[in-house]
Write a protein that binds this ligand. Structure first.
Ligand code: HMG
Ligand code: MG
Length: 299
């Protein structure tokens, strides 16, 4: 059976911009719930300035509370300092974030595109030298909230630089959910032709309710690794208009209906979504939740 690896980003992307701050212990409880539901991979934290992103404070406390042998855990690092803090926490895989436009890099990590490219490359090289997993987000893959449409060639060129620097995976990221199936087919097809499907992942936000349709295009192009977030929570604080991530439950539901294997137990995942909604003080969840609940209750 076709196997798909889902990396849940709710503890990082999902919580970084939420009005409600969860403590490191609450974030660990969320991560444990995701693992119990069968998630094989989780982005657990970001080692960023707590002044820039207060909700991610305590990243080291989160990592230090985890059993690192239990799954693949990743942390986002924006610069050398973040990398050193991440390393000291014991995390075994880091991800840098490079955006496709000048303005998005400046807004997100206060660097020019050139500077961000070289800092990301240095961090990836160091991670490889230190034996850590080295991932690279290439963000605003379809559209930048400040500069508009981003050409596919730009995303391919930046991904090539990240691979040359030692990235073992490039995550094509639709930061503001501006992709559509036609553009997704073109970009993912181009990226797979250039780099091969096994080294690519898709990270889709659902602003225009097209994340699932775009995920299908990525699948059709051969991509089998996805980021998504339990309950569909998420968004970048520095990208105006960014809405939540593709909900993990919607993606898993699609994949299972398509006969693909994820190892994820949807009933357990829905409990995680309910718990997270309670902690955040509001109802959350993907489009499939009412149908899934009825279906699981009847089973
Ligand atoms: P800066 O102000 O240029 O940094 O910010 P600096 O080097 O001048 O340092 C300023 C202060 O921050 C200093 O402390 C540093 O020590 C500290 P002070 O002397 O003022 O007390 N500092 C740090 N502290 C902790 N961790 C660090 C770190 N670096 C410096 N790593 C910086 C530059 C990158 C730090 C800042 O802009 C930042 O933290 N940005 C975070 C951006 C972020 O988290 N964005 C959201 C994640 S990206 C995303 O969501 C997109 C994604 O989901 C994919 C997609 O959807 O496209 C991944
Ligand atoms: Mg994101």
């Amino acid at each position: 059976m076709d196997k798909v690896i889902i990396n849940d980003v709710a503890p990082r992307d999902g919580l970084q911009n939420d009005p409600v701050a969860l403590s490191p212990a609450e974030r660990v409880a969320l991560i444990d719930g995701l693992l119990d539901a069968g998630l094989p991979s989780v982005e657990v934290a970001s080692f960023v300035s707590p002044k820039a992103v207060p909700k991610m404070a305590g990243a080291a406390d989160v990592v230090e509370a985890l059993d690192l042998d239990r799954a693949d855990f990743h942390a986002l690092v924006p610069n050398r300092k973040g990398y050193e803090l991440a390393c000291a926490s014991g995390i075994r895989s880091v991800g840098v974030v490079l955006s496709g436009t000048e303005t998005m890099n400046r807004e997100n990590i206060n660097m020019s595109l050139d500077r961000a490219t070289s800092v990301c490359a240095e961090v990836l090289q160091q991670a490889r030298a230190d034996g850590l997993g080295a991932r690279a987000y290439v963000s605003v893959a379809f559209e930048c909230p400040f500069e508009g449409v981003v050409p596919d060639e730009t995303i391919e060129r930046l991904a090539a630089v990240m691979f040359d620097a030692g990235a073992d995976e490039v995550i094509v990221a639709d930061t503001i959910g501006a992709g559509n199936p036609l553009r997704a087919k073109a970009l993912f097809g181009r990226m797979v032709a250039a780099f091969g499907a096994t080294r690519l992942a898709a990270h889709l936000h659902d602003t225009r309710a097209l994340a699932l349709a775009n995920a299908w295009q990525a699948l059709e192009c051969g991509i089998r690794r996805f980021d998504s977030s339990a309950g569909g929570v998420g968004g970048c604080p520095f990208a105006p208009g960014a809405a939540g991530n593709l909900a993990t439950e919607d993606l898993v539901s699609l994949l299972h209906q398509a006969g693909m294997h994820t190892g994820i137990d949807l009933a357990a995942l829905l409990n995680v979504v309910s718990d997270l909604g309670q902690r955040l003080g509001r109802s959350i969840g993907g489009r499939t939740v009412p149908w899934l609940r009825r279906n699981l209750a009847a089973a």
